[in-house]
Design a protein around this ligand. Structure first.
Ligand code: AMP
Ligand code: GLY
Length: 416
């Protein structure tokens, strides 16, 4: 089958490799990266708008499409590809609002009684300011409503910081139109975990559990990033907790989408805070996580294309997923200075020495047979092991073989 993979990160490289392991597809990456080029044909796209992507995928006559990033999903690429007869993994624009608008997501959770942090939404800067001045308890969380590449969330410690971030988001438009609305929410205490499911509109099938490290430095210090590493499974989520998450969160969401006439067809990702009062939703994403995918897909034994087909045919009720029981750890190597400013164009060496891990490229580019850095998160190394500790030891041993100027990675991925 001719399969399109949309996106250019480590997540998309992991999707490409999962499909390539089936050894029977022609895979096209739009636009892909220096790593996807080995197993797929990279198709360069001018820009990342859904118009450009639609045209490119149709030109390659792909029959199936897996959409990695949120932006094209929110813009309706999945709807448009389905209209053209493709088998697509990814929700339509209606359901993708769960990620595209934080205020919409909060209202959806309210309508369907899904546990989440208390909040208030504001269109006008003055009203938000008045609310802050009327007295908040701190820390508090301020979120830009729209897509902000994972950066539109600020945790504020006092009124001065709260006023400043409202000014940055709503007046200075630090995140552009994403800041036309904000929501101010209650700070939740607990441990974070990611819970991803495949969803066919009626039923869902959980993936293995995973945990992501969002902060740039060891010990969860520093700025939020796209994710500096992951492991799977998450020992924090036992069977009982998993049942609670499924019944109080995932099932309600899946039924909610259906009731509202926007059935969710794709990957639903719940970012959870495990609080003393039980699991609560921090955010929903309408796609695979990055770098969660880099520890989930290497454990998936069922051919990914068959899962996508089962989602499309609404067969998840009777479909079964088979998983490798071995834990996996993924360590992300970034360019120093990420997530603020960093250099690009540095040669990457040592990739051929990685034998026991899988290298998933993210911000890399291939030029004349050589790999160069082209982004903040450059690549990830995933290793499987008989225990989490073994997977972790192998992943660190393997990533040490890779070098580029300014390479930086956390040293505590996989330590609980
Ligand atoms: P989000 O993009 O909404 O998941 O937020 C990004 C990160 O901000 C999360 O992964 C959490 O670490 C943190 N965060 C978001 N909302 C809250 C909250 N209500 N309480 C505590 N931390 C939060
Ligand atoms: N790992 C966080 C995300 O994909 O949003």
């Amino acid at each position: 089958m001719r399969i399109a993979v949309i996106g250019s990160g480590g997540r998309e490289h992991a999707i490409v490799e999962a499909l390539a392991s089936e050894k029977k597809h022609e895979i096209y990456a739009f636009p892909g990266n220096g790593g996807t080029a080995a197993s797929a044909v990279n198709i360069s796209v001018h820009g990342d708008s859904s118009d450009e992507l639609l045209e490119a995928v149709l030109t390659q006559q792909c029959e199936m499409a897996i959409i990695g990033p949120e932006k094209p999903l929110v813009e309706g690429l999945a709807d448009r590809l389905r209209e053209k007869g493709l088998t697509v993994l990814g929700p339509g624009a209606g359901a993708a609002r769960i990620e595209g608008s934080k205020v919409w997501a909060k209202k959806f959770m309210e309508r369907h009684h899904i546990p989440t942090a208390g909040y208030k939404a504001f269109h006008a800067f003055e009203e938000a300011l008045e609310y802050v001045r009327s007295g908040l308890s701190y820390p508090a969380v301020i979120k830009a409503d729209g897509l902000a590449a994972g950066k539109g969330v600020v945790i504020v410690e006092n009124a001065r910081e709260a006023e400043q971030s409202l000014l940055d988001i709503m007046v200075e438009k630090q995140f552009g139109a994403a800041g036309d609305m904000v929501e101010i929410e209650e700070f939740l205490k607990g441990t974070e975990t990611s819970y991803l499911v495949f969803c066919d509109g009626d039923n869902f099938l959980p993936m293995v559990t995973s945990k992501d490290y969002k902060k740039v430095y060891d010990g969860d210090r520093g700025l939020n990033t796209g994710g500096m590493g992951t492991f799977s499974p998450s020992p924090l989520v036992d069977e009982m907790l998993e049942n609670i998450v499924q019944e109080t969160i995932v099932r309600k969401a899946v039924e909610g989408f259906k009731e509202e006439g926007i059935p969710f067809t794709g990957v639903l990702y719940a970012g959870l805070m495990l609080t003393e009062e039980g699991p609560k939703v921090l955010e929903f994403n309408c796609r695979f996580g990055d770098p969660e995918t880099q520890v989930i897909l290497p454990r998936l034994k069922t051919p990914l294309s068959e899962v996508v087909q089962a989602v499309h045919e609404k067969k998840l009720k009777t479909f079964r997923l088979e998983w490798d029981p071995r834990p996996a750890v993924c360590i992300i190597a970034a360019s120093s200075g990420y997530p603020v400013s960093y250099q690009k164009g540095k040669p990457v060496t040592g990739l051929d020495r990685v034998k026991q891990g899988i290298v998933y490229h993210a911000g890399t580019q291939k030029k004349e047979g050589k790999i160069y850095t082209s982004g903040g998160r450059v690549l990830g190394v995933t290793a499987l092991g008989d225990s989490l500790e073994e997977a972790r030891t192998t992943a660190y041993r393997e990533i040490e073989k890779v070098t580029f100027e300014g390479i930086y990675y956390r040293k505590d991925i996989g330590l609980l």
